[in-house]
Design a protein around this ligand. Sequence first.
Ligand SMILES: *[C@@H]1O[C@H](CO)[C@@H](O)[C@H](O)[C@H]1NC(C)=O
Ligand SMILES: *[C@@H]1O[C@H](CO)[C@@H](O)[C@H](O)[C@H]1NC(C)=O
Length: 120
Amino acid sequence: MVSWKMEKRVFADARMMLMMCGIGVMVMAMGKLPLISAQWECGNVWGVYMQCDRYVRREGPTVQPSPGCCNALESSNVTCLCPYFAQHEDTYSIDKVIYVLNYCGTPLASGTKCGNYTAP
Ligand SMILES: *[C@@H]1O[C@H](CO)[C@@H](O)[C@H](O)[C@H]1NC(C)=O
Ligand SMILES: *[C@@H]1O[C@H](CO)[C@@H](O)[C@H](O)[C@H]1NC(C)=O
């Protein structure tokens, strides 16, 4: 019979392995996605990528972002994120980024540069 203590350790090990696996997959995915190569210090980068990507992509009409996207932006440093969108201007539309930021009530601070755009 397996003692309770040992069972707990087995569970902890399994959890650790799952976690490492998850991190590995995430790191691999990050290399492939333009925005996600952005720095972690920008805040909830992953959330912004998952929630906001489709609202700031160049193709397609400009649509109102979801509350989830706004939440992700609120927990991020948009000043810090902006240059990464600008770097990938072939994928992302800065006009849409600005629109989304304003819509979410998280506009860039006055004078902040985002690609060729400077916040008024
Ligand atoms: C946000 O990012 C900018 C640019 O990287 C940095 O100067 C600023 O200190 C950051 N703000 C916060 C609150 O972390
Ligand atoms: C923004 O500036 C870059 C060079 O800094 C230029 O190649 C690009 O065409 C400009 N984009 C727009 C929309 O003006």
